[in-house]
Design a protein around this ligand. Structure first.
Ligand code: SF4
Length: 204
């Protein structure tokens, strides 16, 4: 064991049809490298507010829903923050959790490549929040360079079934238009993305 821990902000049980197949438990991770303008989690993302749990401790907490996961083809969804920053934890958790459980990761893919490569076999479904495929819009909205996300998505598409990757394309008030959203979708289809979710951010 590597001593990996997950900075757990909270657990949400018995989720259905919101983040992953079947019934899922969502585990939110602290920490995110992006600075999205409309981030609703900004105040929550501080690692100071998280509880560090080992894979074994985490398994004990989520095991209570084992029967639901098995009966519905569900499992654990790691969200955030940016859960791929906890790649070593996710990989270790996969090794000790029941084989039948499905692991989903909700990610911006704005992480160093080796984090993604580390979990590629451990994760069943990826839900990718791409923000926008236009580099200027992406930078304006997140404060970062879109090429990291784009190259990681290409890497993912070359290694996983297209059916296991859902890319979410938001309409972001004040940052992009429906036309931009359509252009992003078009570019993603050209890259080989088969599952797209076009939706609108509704800032609180
Ligand atoms: S990627 Fe998500 S968690 Fe991170 S800053 Fe953007 S909205 Fe917030």
């Amino acid at each position: 064991m590597s001593g990996a821990v997950f900075p757990l902000l909270g657990l949400s049980r018995h989720r259905m049809g919101t983040d992953g197949v079947g019934i899922t438990t969502l585990a939110a991770a602290a920490g995110c490298p992006l600075h999205c303008h409309w981030c609703i989690n900004r105040d929550l993302l501080s690692k100071a507010k998280a509880e560090n749990v080992t894979p074994e401790e985490f398994l004990e907490r989520v095991r209570i829903d084992d029967l639901y996961f098995r009966a519905t083809g569900g499992g654990i969804t790691f969200g955030g923050g940016e859960p791929l920053l906890q790649a070593d934890f996710i990989k270790e958790f996969r090794e000790i959790c029941p084989e039948e459980w499905k692991i989903t990761v909700e990610t911006s893919l704005f992480v160093p490549r080796n984090y993604l490569a580390q979990v590629i076999d451990a994760v069943d479904f990826f839900v990718v929040d791409c923000k926008d495929m236009n580099e200027d819009i992406y930078r304006k909205y997140t404060g970062e360079d879109s090429s990291v996300m784009e190259e990681n998505l290409q890497f993912l598409l070359q290694r996983k079934e297209a059916e296991s990757i859902l890319v979410r394309v938001p309409l972001i008030p004040g940052y992009n238009t429906e036309e931009d959203q359509k252009k992003s979708a078009e570019k993603l289809r050209e890259m080989g993305v088969k599952r797209l979710d076009l939706f609108e951010y509704r800032p609180l």
